[in-house]
Ligand binder design. Structure first.
Ligand SMILES: Cc1ncc(COP(=O)(O)O)c(C=O)c1O
Length: 354
């Protein structure tokens, strides 16, 4: 049986155990979630959720709340057990074995995993470091037109580079997409970034799926919650593949509570901006080059990324080694509260100058 392992950030209890550590002893900069954690309102909603009844298979209350917030009809919305579930379902719904899937890389590993499981012929268009990890727009547009893939994955702002595409660029990509192609615009980090523009008007002009991760926005990684917005026919095709009760009752309850707590995200964005400015300043003093990032994380060129990550982990700090993205000299650092960033910089100074 073919096995495909995708590398992710976040703590691995088995690895920590081998180092004699517990997860609560480690400061985690490897997962890019809201640095404030879940809001009080969300924690209360989780505690009050009904654990004994089956969850609503249609996530009706949450879809209604989202529809009101986004001002879209409810039939344009599908909730998932994290946006990862939706990535896999979309790939299965729209890719036939052997069909091409184009991924703008380096990027989140689950796109390739999902397309490969669907039996697709996976192609990538890689942004280069010398160009600040910006994709060459003309080449991308030409490639989409010539290749005519069944599916295009585009992450904005991109993981792990933090690169932001403006609306007109995404519009150009979307116009290049033909009738037989679906484009996934993964906005997992948009709410926490300074790359915020409303992609919903683009829904009308092509075959577009917009993905969002409430895991990131509201620090619900352990609960799993994401959603997609697309034309009702696309939503229905993806929905048919989703197992019943995929989105559990706690996730639905906290999702509704989170949508009522906009200020929590606004406060998180302030912390993120401050943290990024601090990290960039201090990394510059350590002569560590940083790629300009619009997202809630930064990409830093540290030399041997695996070695730096291991040394930091032994000192109880986790960063993301970017080797699996094809970037063995880079680590990705999530923005956290300033005092936590200061601890990371102290540890990094020791590791780099050892
Ligand atoms: C770009 C991107 N999209 C989606 C996800 C998955 O998020 P979720 O927790 O909603 O499944 C991640 C997680 O790291 C990500 O980096």
């Amino acid at each position: 049986m073919r096995q495909m392992t995708t590398v992710h950030g976040g703590l691995d209890p088995a690895e920590l155990r081998s180092l004699g550590l517990q997860p609560d002893q480690v400061l985690d900069f490897s997962a890019n979630i809201n640095p404030l954690g879940p809001s009080r309102r969300v924690i209360r909603a989780a505690a009050e959720a009904d654990l004994s009844a089956y969850p609503d298979r249609n996530s009706l209350g949450l879809r209604e709340a989202l529809a009101a917030r986004l001002i879209v009809p409810i039939d344009n919305l599908l909730i998932g057990n994290g946006s990862t579930e939706l990535i896999h379902l979309v790939a299965r719904a729209c890719l036939r074995p052997g069909e091409k899937c184009l991924i703008l890389a380096p990027t989140f590993g689950e796109y390739e995993a999902a397309a490969a499981i669907a039996g697709a012929d996976v192609r990538t268009l890689r942004a280069r470091e010398e160009r600040g990890f910006r994709w060459p727009v003309d080449t991308a547009v030409r490639t989409i037109k010539e290749m005519r893939p069944g599916l295009v994955f585009l992450c904005n702002p991109n993981n792990p580079t933090g690169a932001c595409l403006e609306r007109d660029t995404v519009e150009q990509f979307n116009s290049a997409v033909g009738e037989d192609t679906l484009m996934v615009l993964d906005n997992a980090y948009a709410e926490l970034s300074d790359c915020r523009w409303d992609p919903l008007p683009l829904l009308g002009c092509g075959n577009l799926v917009i993905l969002n991760s409430m895991t990131k926005d509201h620090a619900l990684a352990g609960v799993r919650l994401g959603y997609m917005v697309a034309e009702p026919s696309v939503v229905a095709a993806v929905r048919r593949l989703q197992p019943a009760w995929s989105v559990n009752a706690v996730a639905q309850a906290v999702g509704i509570a989170a949508l009522e707590d906009e200020t929590h995200i606004a406060r998180a964005r302030e912390v993120i901006l401050e943290a990024k400015a601090y990290l960039c300043r201090e990394l510059d003093k350590l002569s560590v080059p940083v790629t300009p990032s619009s997202a809630n994380f930064i990409l830093a060129r540290v030399g041997d990324a695996a070695k730096v990550r291991s040394a930091l982990l032994r000192g109880r700090m986790a960063v993301r080694d970017c080797t699996s993205f094809g970037l063995p000299h880079h680590i990705r650092i999530a923005a956290r509260r300033p005092e936590e960033c200061a601890r990371l910089i102290d540890a990094l100074r020791d590791v780099l100058h050892r």
